[in-house]
Design a protein around this ligand. Structure first.
Ligand code: HEC
Length: 217
């Protein structure tokens, strides 16, 4: 700092202070404000914490890249016809209280899965669909996950979960056994059910329109 210069003549200092002010402002708006707004959001009454098995299934969901094709964020009635597709009401922040990291997803190559547990609660269907999506949805472009299963000749041993494939896809003499990974993943999928009332409550007309239907979209 050379003597005789005022504050506003010192370029490096101005630059540094200016950069800090901008950075501080951006951090405040993008990090601090959302944190303060959302840190007190309580989990809704209808939402239960994941069990150990559901959490293991959640890891399978991440590891197998399901999030690249499936979102977990049904949108508001004003933004997208998600409720008409049977995907459920628009989610609110509390719905994600136990989701770390969240799996919102950015692509919808397949349907939104935030309420798949309410829409398709059949474990048999979920297991079979993971083993061979085309057996349940003709022409499906979802990849099959045969490595989560063991297909072999003979019969199942005690305690093993047999996948009941539609007759056209079942090979005679072969049993398909769900591995632990598949069982965990399905347990997680079935737990995805945010059909309880949102907090704060959504307007009446939105709730009615967003009632998830059992039909496939
Ligand atoms: C390449 C994109 C892609 C990936 C990756 C993918 N899916 Fe899908 N998924 C789809 C498409 C497309 C459909 C709709 C056709 C069908 O039902 O098979 C679908 C359908 C589904 C459905 C039925 C949804 C409904 O509303 O009936 C479930 C459940 C599902 N996927 C779970 C998964 C899981 C779990 C994984 C990861 C192991 C996964 N998907 C990975 C594309 C994908």
């Amino acid at each position: 700092m050379s003597a005789g210069k005022s504050f506003w003549e010192m370029d490096e200092l101005r630059l540094t202070v200016g950069a800090m002010v901008i950075l501080g402002g951006a951090t405040g708006i993008l990090v601090l404000m959302p944190y303060l707004l959302l840190k007190k959001v309580p989990p809704p009454e209808g939402l239960k914490p994941y069990t150990t098995q559901q959490l293991a299934g959640r890891q399978q969901y991440i590891a197998n890249g399901c999030v690249y094709c499936h979102s977990q964020q049904p949108r508001d009635i004003k933004l997208a016809p998600d409720f008409k597709r049977g995907w459920g009401r628009a989610t609110v922040s509390g719905d994600y209280a136990y989701d770390t990291p969240h799996l919102l997803g950015t692509m919808r190559t397949g349907p939104d899965l935030m309420n798949i547990g309410a829409r398709q609660p059949s474990k048999d269907w979920q297991l079979g669909h993971l083993y061979q999506p085309r057996a349940y949805t003709p022409g499906s472009i979802m990849p099959a996950y045969p490595f989560l299963f063991e297909a072999r000749q003979g019969v199942a041993k005690e305690g093993e979960t047999v996948v009941n494939l539609p007759p056209a896809f079942a090979k005679s003499g072969q049993v398909v056994i769900a591995k632990q990974e598949a069982l965990d993943l399905v347990e997680y999928l079935i737990s995805l059910d945010r059909t309880y009332p949102a907090l704060p409550p959504l307007p009446e007309n939105v709730v009615k329109a967003a009632e998830p239907s059992k039909e496939k979209p």
